[in-house]
Design a protein around this ligand. Structure first.
Ligand SMILES: O=P(O)(O)OC[C@H]1O[C@](O)(CO)[C@@H](O)[C@@H]1O
Length: 435
């Protein structure tokens, strides 16, 4: 990936960062790089994720996937949540076309939605991909039990078409061993939101026939750019500038890819950014946006609302053409000489310039095309950017303790034990306004 941080400079935008401040910040980046490099070298928890391009065994993944797929495979149903679903979904939503098996993600426990999803599947030709690092995530296990029951009620042997990716122990590992299911390990030291380039994110892509090695080659190429300077490393430039702009008031970061195929990538980015940096009353709020669509939805706020936002554009250099037919509508006749790709590109450039003209900071992230190599580089680059930002914020990038309260409350509410958190639920302060 390449980045252009010009529209984040204080000569253009407020909040913005001066070139002198960038130079000073680069000294902190150099120190942070030393820490990151050492963490990678030692395979430390979290930093180990940045070694995945050279660690992930794609042959092992393919062998396991080949045990549950066949020429008639019509769908891969992934049961997982958070980092155990979003990385995989980013990859298949970006790369799948109409000829590929449908990639579906059960990452919510909405009964109507789940039933409607299962009802339309041909279970005989569906691969069940169960993913959980801990193996104890309530939503994932609940969904798995419902899906397994559905297979059984349909008289379809789920054990012949289920693959499991989980940690060394826990209920899913035991299930895989009990039923001799093909199983893969979540690599040690890799938090879920950083696991897209491991079996966690790659099994669904393998079922759909994508080139796992090309994904990792793209990530490895991005890893080669990790020098000690934000002026030489696009990922460090992005991580440093987002941190600096947050420190100057841009507490929101709207991730706005100009490609429908990257909409899910923005969801993946949101977890990466929020769960890694949202600690100790710090952290920048990620907003999922989509170009051109959100020019007609959120741009008004980005351009004329509070000066508390950075907009991150992701643009694809090579887009399909698809000519726009001529029209006799006078006001729109200019479109007849263009293609939809031209319109998409022009709208991006116009929106980028519109924000700059209003003094609103924005950063451009560029990839050449949406393919395995470029996507691997984008995923890896954003992971590096996040790790750097975490070093600059001084937070623990790789833990997520704040999510545990609600898990305990949920368990208590469902009779899974005595938890003070569940009692607190009953003490809600109410001020109801009813129809
Ligand atoms: O892979 P697991 O252990 O099921 O966890 C799923 C997700 O839940 C979280 O632990 C947060 O609750 C995320 O960090 C993680 O990606």
């Amino acid at each position: 990936m390449n980045v252009d941080i010009g529209n984040a400079l204080s000569a253009v935008a407020a909040p913005g960062i001066s070139r002198a401040a960038l130079e000073r910040l680069d000294e902190q980046v150099a120190d942070a790089h030393e820490r990151i490099d050492a963490g990678m070298e030692a395979g430390e928890h979290g930093y180990a994720a940045l070694n995945l391009p050279n660690r992930t065994d794609t042959d092992e993944i393919q062998v396991a996937v080949d045990r549950v797929t066949g020429p008639d495979t019509s769908a891969v149903l992934t049961v997982g949540i958070g980092g155990s679903a979003l990385g995989a979904a980013t990859i298949t939503d970006a790369l799948n076309d109409a000829d590929d098996p449908e990639a579906i993600y059960l990452d919510n426990v909405d009964p109507d939605w789940l039933s409607a999803t299962l009802d339309r599947l041909d279970l005989e030709t569906t691969v069940l991909n169960v993913v959980s690092r801990s193996g104890t995530t309530a939503e994932t296990l609940a969904n798995f039990l419902v899906v397994r029951e559905t297979f059984e009620e349909a008289g379809v042997d789920w054990t012949e078409r289920t693959i499991v990716t989980t940690g060394d122990g826990g209920p899913l590992r035991e299930l895989a061993e009990r039923h001799n299911l093909p199983s893969l390990a979540v690599p040690d030291g890799v938090p879920g939101r950083f696991s897209a380039l491991s079996a966690v994110g790659l099994v669904a892509a393998a079922v759909c026939g994508h080139d796992l090695d090309a994904l990792l080659r793209g990530a490895a190429a991005e890893a080669e750019t990790l020098t000690g300077s934000l002026f030489e490393c696009p990922a460090y430039a992005y991580g440093a500038v987002t941190y600096a702009l947050d420190a100057r008031g841009a507490s929101t970061n709207a991730m706005m890819p100009y490609a429908e195929s990257l909409e899910t990538y923005a969801e993946w980015f949101a977890q990466l950014w929020a769960e890694s940096l949202g600690k100790d009353d710090l952290g920048q709020t990620p907003v999922r946006a989509l170009g051109v669509t959100d020019q007609h939805s959120q741009l008004q706020l980005y351009r004329a609302g509070p000066r508390d936002k950075l907009v991150t554009f992701v643009t694809v250099q090579e887009t399909a053409a698809r000519p726009i037919p001529d029209t006799d509508v006078d006001d729109l006749s200019y479109l007849g000489d263009a293609s939809l790709g031209d319109l998409l590109d022009a709208e991006f450039e116009a929106t980028e310039a519109s924000l700059a003209a209003a003094g609103r900071p924005n950063v451009r992230v560029e990839i050449d095309r949406v393919d395995e190599f470029e996507l691997g580089g984008l995923l890896y680059g954003m992971e590096v950017a996040c790790v750097l930002a975490g070093e600059l914020y001084g937070v623990n990038t790789f833990e997520q303790p704040a999510v545990e309260w609600a898990k305990k409350a949920t368990r208590g509410l469902l009779g899974g034990g005595e938890f003070a958190e569940a009692e607190a639920v009953a003490e809600k302060t109410e001020l109801r306004v009813e129809r």
